[in-house]
Design a protein around this ligand. Structure first.
Ligand SMILES: Cc1ncc(COP(=O)(O)O)c(C=O)c1O
Length: 357
């Protein structure tokens, strides 16, 4: 059987959840499990995240999957509902909604008494400069006052555009607007921290924090590794060596013959490719790890195979190669590929076998 495996380390996930608790001890934790738990597999991750206070997802389908698996914690739809008919399903299933535009507000207020009686919590989204979702100042203040006057329980919510960046001028603007609206609408619960903000601004943790990438043991920062942040990679992605070739100087490897050996070398073919979610671009030299030792990927990544340099290594047929995980960090693979760990994790295909450890 082809051995391409994604190991999910539940203990690492729990460790990372505890890191959130250490960093934000007074806030409730809304664990972001959207996009199939950032590609890790929502089922396994929910079990490991049993201690979380709540879950965050991008749409109703993702929320209903959590309910179908039997988890009763509150769930927040971070983009709210997409059509009026979803409102009834939300309320029936004890799901919380973000409201970011007038149409959603109208859907919410048509049967407000019924929804309030069911205890529906509404997260009102501030657009403080990211310009994706939300009401701007001062409109948001009227929206919150109206919802509160109706009797809704509200949470003021915001998302930073540059929480991962050192000293971006928009950070101050976003923080100040959030604090001003919070004050103008007091008393109100508040939530604005993703992973990067949880690390950087403990004073902004407020009532709910919304960690995503840090739970999965990848870094939200380009200049800080998971070791610096004391979080542990949850996913280890491996495949096996299925062929060995000895080549001479001048011989090429793979599609397009982009790699040409400048000396005699041993190469190994590993059964992994872009059909599994391993990226192909690599503007920079990429590496894999064998028994903790880094070795380079050579030539083009194909749909099902890559070639690696095993000259001088003890790497017989069947050797397990780590594509990313604890020895070769997903953030470093992403950097070599001109992307971010988030993307590589989320676009894992279903082809590799999933194993919980
Ligand atoms: C509204 C919102 N909150 C929190 C998060 C989690 O962000 P991160 O994975 O950077 O912690 C996201 C992720 O995209 C988000 O959209």
């Amino acid at each position: 059987m082809r051995q391409a495996t994604v190991y999910i380390d539940s203990k690492a996930l729990q460790y990372n959840l505890n890191r959130v608790k250490q960093l934000a001890p007074t806030a409730k934790i809304v664990s972001m499990v959207k996009a199939n738990a950032y590609g890790h597999g929502v089922k396994d991750c929910l079990a490991a995240l049993a201690e979380t206070d709540a879950f965050g997802v991008a749409c109703l389908e993702e929320a209903l999957e959590i309910r179908a698996l039997g988890y009763q914690q509150p769930i927040t739809l971070i983009e709210g509902i997409f059509s009026a008919d979803e409102m009834a399903v939300v309320v029936e299933n004890n799901i919380e909604v973000v409201v970011h535009q007038q149409e959603q507000l109208d859907w919410l207020r048509t049967q407000k008494d019924a929804y309030i009686a069911k205890g529906l919590k509404v997260w009102v989204k501030l657009n403080s400069g990211m310009n994706r979702l939300g009401f701007k100042v001062p409109e948001i203040i009227d929206v919150i006052h109206t919802l509160k006057a109706d009797g809704f329980t509200c949470v003021l919510a915001m998302h930073f555009a540059n929480a991962d960046a050192e000293d971006h001028p928009l950070n101050e603007q976003q923080k100040n607007q959030f604090l001003d609206v919070k004050e103008a609408c007091a008393p109100i619960m508040a939530s604005c921290c993703n992973s990067a903000a949880i690390f950087k601004w403990p004073e902004l943790n407020f009532d709910f924090v919304r960690p995503g990438i840090m739970l999965y043991g990848a870094s939200p920062f380009a200049d800080k590794s998971v070791i610096d942040l004391d979080i542990k990679p949850v996913m280890t992605f491996t495949a096996e060596i299925i062929a060995l070739n000895h080549i001479q100087a001048g011989e090429s490897v793979g599609y397009g013959s982009t790699f040409v050996a400048d000396t005699e070398m041993n190469i190994a073919i590993v059964s992994i490719g872009y059909g599994d979610g391993y990226p192909r671009a690599f503007p920079k030299q990429n590496y894999v790890a064998i028994n903790g030792k880094a070795t380079r990927v050579i030539g083009r990544v194909a749909m099902d195979m890559i070639a690696i340099d095993v000259t001088g290594l003890n790497a017989p047929l069947g050797t397990e190669v780590e594509l990313w995980g604890k020895d070769r960090l997903v953030d470093d693979v992403a950097e070599a590929n001109g992307t971010i760990g988030y993307e590589l994790l989320c676009r894992m295909s279903n082809r590799p076998v999933r194993k919980k450890i």
